[in-house]
Design a protein around this ligand. Sequence first.
Ligand code: FES
Length: 118
Amino acid sequence: MQDNPARPAVGVRLCAVADLADPGAKGFRFRAGDTLFAGFVVRMGDQAWGYVDSCPHAGWPLSVMDDRYLVRGGDKLLCAGHGALFRPQDGVCIVGPCEGDRLTPWPVRIVEGAVLTA
Ligand code: FES
C-alpha cells in the first residue's frame, strides 16, 4: 500500500480531532519530488476514516473546494465531479456513476486527540 512515494508513513500526525468539525472533513496533500499524494479524513463524533482523494468513477479529486467533502447534511461524502455519494464509514458509493464501487481507504486512527496515519 506504500506504492506512492509521497504517501506519508504510518504514525504521521495529520491534525487534531478538534480541527475537524463534527461531522467534518479535511483534505491533506503530501509531495515527494514530482509525486503528489492526496487524501482526506472525515470525522463523525469520536470516529474518523481516511480515504485517498480520488473518485473511483473518473479518478478526480472529490472536492473542488477545500475540505468540501460532505453534503450539506454531513452524512454522505460527495464527489463534485458527477455527483456520486459515498458512505463515510466504508467509502462505498451508494448513488452515482460508480455505484457499488468504493473509495480507496487511507487508514487513520485517533490517538490522544490527534488523527494519525495508520
Ligand atoms: S469523478 Fe466522481 S462521480 Fe465522476
